[in-house]
Design a protein around this ligand. Structure first.
Ligand code: PMP
Length: 375
């Protein structure tokens, strides 16, 4: 058996796998209606979102979720500010530009860093963006931004906030209602604990108003207006049709979200247990990396809890190092950031595997084996 410990897709729980292996069901069948309706309600809980917020569950990737967010809050000509912490921040900037909106960027001084508050405030003051975009955890650098602080700054300048949570949602603390996040988006293949194939997000009432006020509608397949009646119908346990939902994945999502919300860790329950569990696993992993002399790409204090991005030790090559880890039955990932690609590797530690000490131990041991074999 090999363990898939990359930053998504990840290992899945046996119950999710069993659900995903069932024969496809009709999108108007009672079990799908129930799974869809329940999942929409549970998305609000996992997102720590208000009752007035609107969850969306759409077939697609994380990239589709990003496009959906961009196109529903920005018109061509609008101004956006992107907090750039890596590869996926570059991607959202490109999407904003493709929408015909103006993108301003505050970037980290070097990969592994994050822009400082003063830089950000200057940019907000100068550009007065309609929307601030940030990547909660950038999977290319392993950097987590301080989402609560970014929201407070953005709100002080009247900007909406959109966070790409593809490598963070259901693992890293984010309190949508309390912090004032307007769209928090993810995909199913990371800490949500499903196969790839669902684009998931929750939008605040202000984000829905921004869509309603657009002069240029988004592409139909990702338009909030098309999907709103569908989401509302399913949550009211009514069948509905605009575009065939990914029924097999939605059946599995019901199980995945139940597992997240049923979690218990130390003195916490539900999503808070999940946040704490990821933090504990990441802290343990970081201690092991330090013992092994491995250096993090993310600067101290910015390291995500969902993955570790680590420089290769001296005297190895990416292929030799990844192969050595794989020889121990564990698959990890190479680098992704264009400036550093060949200098570092990434280890995912999120979702189901954080409930399996044996998965984490096997991963730490496999990396230790590789480090020692090149010493
Ligand atoms: N944003 C982040 C932070 C990601 O990690 C990823 C995928 N690694 C994406 C967006 C894009 O998701 P997808 O590959 O499902 O399109």
């Amino acid at each position: 058996m090999t363990l898939l410990m990359i930053p998504g897709p990840i290992e899945l729980s046996p119950a999710v796998l069993a659900r995903a292996a069932q024969a496809p069901k009709s999108h108007v069948s009672p079990p799908v209606i129930e799974a869809f309706g329940q999942s929409l309600t549970q998305l609000r809980q996992v997102w720590c979102a208000s009752d007035e917020s609107q969850p969306f569950i759409v077939a697609g990737s994380g990239t589709l979720a990003m496009d959906m967010a961009v196109q529903n809050v920005l018109d061509p000509g609008d101004v956006a500010l992107v907090v750039n912490t890596g590869y996926f921040s570059d991607r959202i900037s490109a999407m904003i530009a493709q929408r015909g909106a103006t993108v301003h960027t505050v970037a980290a001084p070097q990969p592994g860093g994050a822009p400082d508050d003063a830089q950000l405030e200057r940019a907000l003051e100068q550009h007065r963006p309609k929307v601030l975009f940030a990547t909660h955890v950038d999977t290319s650098t392993g950097v987590r931004v301080d989402a609560a602080k970014l929201c407070a700054l953005a709100k002080a300048y009247g900007a909406l906030t959109v966070f790409d949570g593809v490598c963070a949602t259901a693992a890293e603390e984010l309190r949508m209602a309390q912090w004032g996040v307007d769209i928090y988006l993810t995909a199913s293949q990371k800490a949500i604990g499903l196969p790839a194939g669902l684009a998931l997000m929750v939008a605040s009432p202000a984000a829905l108003e921004a869509r309603a006020a657009l002069k240029h509608a988004p592409m139909m397949a990702i338009d909030f207006m098309q999907w709103l009646p569908i989401m509302r119908a399913y949550e009211a346990r009514q069948p509905s049709y605009f575009s065939t939902p990914a029924t097999t994945l939605i059946m599995a999502l019901q199980i995945g979200l139940e597992e997240i919300l049923g979690d218990q860790f130390e003195d916490e329950r539900g999503i808070d247990a999940r946040f704490k569990r990821h933090e504990a696993v990441a802290t343990h992993a970081r201690q092991r990396w330090a013992q092994l002399g491995l250096r993090s790409v993310a600067a101290p204090g910015l390291e995500a809890n969902t993955l570790s991005a680590l420089y290769y030790p001296e005297g190895t090559t990416p292929a030799a190092f990844l192969d050595a880890v794989k020889s121990q039955g564990v698959i990890i990932a190479g680098g992704l950031h264009p400036q550093l690609k060949a200098q570092y590797f990434r280890v995912g530690h999120m979702g189901y595997s954080t409930t399996r000490p044996d998965h984490i131990q096997a991963t730490l041991d496999a990396v230790a084996f590789a480090v020692k074999s090149f010493q």
